[in-house]
Design a protein around this ligand. Structure first.
Ligand code: NAD
Length: 347
């Protein structure tokens, strides 16, 4: 583990196996310097344990950076649950996962990520109190982080458009969205309401057809959508979509989307910069959901104060864009530097 390429001084990496339910889960706590390590749980069909470990290591570090940049008093962690056809997600497996989270005694706080729903977190909450993203019980939140993430991404896209294209409005601009899940579809709603022209792709045909009907979106292919001639590309599916090959085929001046870990390697941020693409660092632009579930967990926030925090995302992004343009350095590098600085101060 200590020699793993994605190991970054993680505090803990814990594996759980529950024979009765088939649970194979990994929790990675990257940093608890700023508070309990918060980050969602991903339920996914991984090709190998190595892939799952790499995902947990990378995603948990991303959460440390995201929570620090969002100004939350939370550290960074992430859980992954390895599903396969013989080990589908079941209520019993979710309960076993809840007991696993509980055994960490609050060092890790879980919530939804890809493959998890509010209903799933309710089951987890039957076993542990170290969980967020639950149905509305107070005035602060309705649990599901996706619409809040979509709002932050929408505001971030507007900030990027203003910075790069010098436009105050999205009307008439073409925006390509890869992935129409919880976040991507909500994002499309906001973009369409502003008069943006949408190009959309998903591996689920029904959802692209729905977007075509509801928003007049043009349906693109899951692989081709990133290379559309658009003003903005918004990756909202899975990570590692930008590498030397895909960056060389990009035609849009702006990349701003919700997906975690969009860069395959750290060098790809520099590649995007060299290619003249304004990249909104993923963990800065997609912090709306963790702001919502983090505040729900911490307590003491209101719906208004959460919205106000989400509205600070474009401010933070504009600061990064401005620094990048002043220093001719990649936005990804500057964001990493700022996040590491915040973690070092907390340590
Ligand atoms: P989701 O599972 O609801 O949606 C993902 C969508 O992408 C699905 O519709 C899926 O069919 C589609 N998809 C998968 N592979 C694809 C491909 N190759 N091409 C096109 N579409 C593909 O997940 P989500 O909650 O909407 O999250 C989307 C991304 O945003 C993820 O990377 C997630 O980690 C990140 N994110 C989500 C949140 C949140 O609040 N949900 C917060 C921060 C970051």
């Amino acid at each position: 583990m200590f020699d793993h390429p994605s190991f970054d001084r993680h505090e803990r990496v814990v594996f759980a196996h529950d024979a009765a339910t088939g649970l194979h889960a990994i929790v990675a706590v990257h940093s608890s310097a700023r508070g309990p390590a918060a980050g969602g749980c991903r339920f996914w069909h991984y090709n190998s344990t190595q892939d799952a470990v790499a995902d947990a290591l990378r995603l948990s570090r991303g959460m440390s950076y995201k929570n620090a940049m969002a100004g939350l008093p939370l550290g960074g962690g992430k859980a992954v649950v390895m599903l396969d056809t013989h080990r589908p997600k079941t209520p019993a497996m979710l309960e076993a996962f809840g007991r696993f989270v509980d055994s960490l005694q609050g060092q890790y706080i879980t919530a939804e990520d890809v493959g998890a729903s509010v209903a799933d977190m309710e089951i987890v909450a039957g076993q542990t109190r170290y969980v967020s993203g639950l149905p509305r019980t107070a005035v602060t939140s309705d649990g599901n982080p996706s619409p809040k993430t979509a709002l932050g991404v929408y505001l971030g896209i507007k900030a990027a458009v203003k910075f790069r294209l010098k436009k105050d409005e999205l009307r008439g601009l073409t925006i390509a969205v890869q992935g129409l899940g919880g976040v991507g579809y909500e994002l499309c709603k906001l973009l369409a309401a502003d008069g943006a022209k949408l190009r959309v792709a998903d591996v689920r045909e029904a959802v692209t057809q729905k977007a075509a009907t509801q928003f007049g979106a043009v349906v693109s292919s899951p692989d081709g959508v990133l290379f559309e001639r658009a003003d903005v590309i918004a990756p909202c599916a899975l990570g590692a979509v930008f590498d030397a090959n895909s960056i060389s085929k990009l035609q849009a001046p702006i990349v701003a989307g919700a997906a975690n870990n969009q860069l395959a390697t750290a060098q790809d941020g520099a590649r995007l910069h060299s290619a003249g693409v304004l990249y909104a660092p993923d963990y800065v632009i997609n912090a709306g959901g963790i702001i919502s579930v983090g505040r729900e967990y911490l307590g003491g926030a209101t719906a208004e104060s959460i919205l106000a925090e989400i509205h600070r995302i474009p401010v933070r992004l504009t600061e990064i864009f401005t620094r990048s343009s002043a220093t001719n350095r990649p936005t990804s590098e500057l964001a990493d530097e700022m996040a590491r600085q915040l973690l070092a101060e907390a340590r």
